[in-house]
Design a protein around this ligand. Structure first.
Ligand code: 5GP
Length: 116
């Protein structure tokens, strides 16, 4: 059984978060430490710790992350100029919270893809 993180409490609304979208599969909320004018995290309601734990059963849920990202980008007014979707995995990827999440980042030019 995968361990809960703070994100499970956000999904269940047990701790405050600025939730911008929620349905039966995914929840989206503003990042507590935004790295750009728009910085939203889109997460599966089900606990999937990392991309390494994804199975074929998750394909519908993970597809939903993209359709919600596109909808939110439109709502945020950043769709035309563009944005970046990021999923970090494990230590080298810089993952801090072990509940798979997609970052939707935009609202300004984001520069080079990798800063080392
Ligand atoms: P990671 O580095 O794992 O890809 O990203 C984790 C993200 O979660 C970070 O951008 C961090 O700011 C955000 N985060 C961590 N804890 C919380 C929290 O309690 N609330 C919200 N809204 N964001 C959080």
């Amino acid at each position: 059984m995968a361990e809960e993180t703070i994100f499970s409490k956000i999904i269940r609304k047990e701790i405050p978060a600025n939730i911008v979208y929620q349905d039966e599969l995914v929840t989206a909320f503003r990042d507590i430490s935004p790295q750009a004018p728009t910085h939203i995290l889109i997460i599966p309601n089900k606990i999937i710790p990392t991309v390494n734990d994804v199975t074929s059963e998750d394909e519908v849920t993970l597809g939903r992350l993209f359709t919600v990202a596109a909808k939110l980008a439109e709502q945020e007014g950043i769709a035309q100029d563009g944005y970046r979707l990021i999923v970090n995995c494990n230590k080298h990827g810089g993952q801090e919270v072990y509940h798979l999440h997609m970052h939707l980042v935009g609202g300004e030019p984001l520069g080079k893809m990798l800063a080392k």
